[in-house]
Design a protein around this ligand. Structure first.
Ligand SMILES: NC(=O)c1ccc[n+]([C@@H]2O[C@H](COP(=O)([O-])OP(=O)(O)OC[C@H]3O[C@@H](n4cnc5c(N)ncnc54)[C@H](OP(=O)(O)O)[C@@H]3O)[C@@H](O)[C@H]2O)c1
Length: 291
């Protein structure tokens, strides 16, 4: 398969992992940052897509500041909902494949327990989840052959990911409070990139897919695993004090259980959920090298 693969996003975790993965069967890959397409500006992504005429577009750009979205929902909506829909529409007009990346935070707003299959009814608990769910709907409405890839707790050792926060805090403190009553499936950015690229190369894989790591864990267990890896490599170490969400109030509510399940990704691509624990050592080396 030749042709251009256009990635919306350049400095984010997934965008970087996609750049590192290379063109994956496409002729070349271009990762477009804000300078090329600022998603806050109506029409910017659509213009770039029209200009570059890619064979496939992966939208790896998003408003990901979960707490800030509570007070800036309109700005988050613009990027996560409107711009995603506009980009999907532009891709459809030129016959390009479109992959939208979404989140487990579309779930959790009811008392149901995960893991949630692809067809489960979403119920977001916060503004970020609402904007991402609106993005999913707009993308699939504008481009019915598009793929929406939901993922969770992405990490890479870069930026604001959870293990990096634990390593930074462990360098400053003896103990860290981490919630133990919220469950997730941590996902190495490199594995997410593999899943997204596999779907980008398959024109007939439409609709919602779930791509996240296993085993599912609480954030406290995730933190313990991250610190075990850094301690073993001579890096920061600290005790983890499991606490309840009630003891750790934040501006945005978090889902108690947003674990993703389902088999559509495996059925379509043969890829199985990665064991996220295998991605921690590489993430720690990245964090140590780049902090
Ligand atoms: N991180 C997670 O734990 C997580 C969990 C579930 C789902 N997801 C989803 O996975 C996808 C990738 O997340 P990530 O972890 O790679 O996110 P990230 O590291 O926060 O990166 C977000 C990307 O979006 C870009 N962006 C933000 N505002 C923009 C704008 N106005 N115009 C153009 N680009 C803009 C950023 O560009 P700059 O570099 O210029 O800021 C950055 O490249 C997103 O759809 C996210 O919702 C992430």
């Amino acid at each position: 398969m030749s042709g251009l693969l256009l990635v919306l996003g350049r400095n984010g975790q997934l965008a970087r992992a996609l750049a590192e993965a290379g063109p994956a069967g496409f002729g070349r890959v271009v990762c477009a940052g804000r300078a090329q397409a600022n998603l806050s500006v109506p029409g910017a992504a659509a213009r770039l897509i029209q200009q570059l005429a890619p064979r496939a577009v992966i939208n790896a750009a998003a408003w990901t500041a979960v707490d800030a979205a509570e007070t800036e929902e309109e700005a988050a909506w613009r990027i996560n909902a409107e711009a995603a829909g506009e980009a999907a529409h532009a891709a459809r007009r030129i016959g390009a494949r479109f992959i939208q990346v979404s989140t487990d935070y579309v779930f959790g707003g009811d008392d149901r327990e995960g893991p949630f299959a692809e067809g489960a009814e979403p119920a977001p608990v916060n503004a970020y989840g609402r904007t991402k769910l609106a993005g999913e709907k707009r993308v699939l409405q504008a481009h019915p052959e598009a793929a929406v890839v939901r993922t969770s707790a992405v990490f890479s050792g870069r930026g604001a990911d959870f293990p990096s926060a634990m390593w930074r805090l462990a360098a400053e403190r003896d103990a860290i409070d981490v919630v133990d009553d919220q469950l997730t499936g941590p996902t190495p950015a490199a594995d997410l990139a593999d899943a997204v690229l596999a779907l980008a190369g398959q024109r007939d894989a439409a609709g919602v897919f779930h791509a996240c790591g296993e085993p599912h864990v609480s954030w406290a267990r995730f933190a313990e695993a991250a610190l075990a890896v850094s301690a073993a490599a001579g890096g920061p170490d600290a005790g983890i004090r499991p606490v309840s969400s009630a003891a750790f109030p934040r501006p945005a509510a978090r889902p108690a259980d947003s674990r993703l399940g389902g088999r559509r990704l495996t059925d379509a691509t043969g890829l199985r959920p990665p064991d996220w624990r295998k991605g921690l050592a590489a993430a720690f080396e990245t964090w140590r090298r780049t902090r």
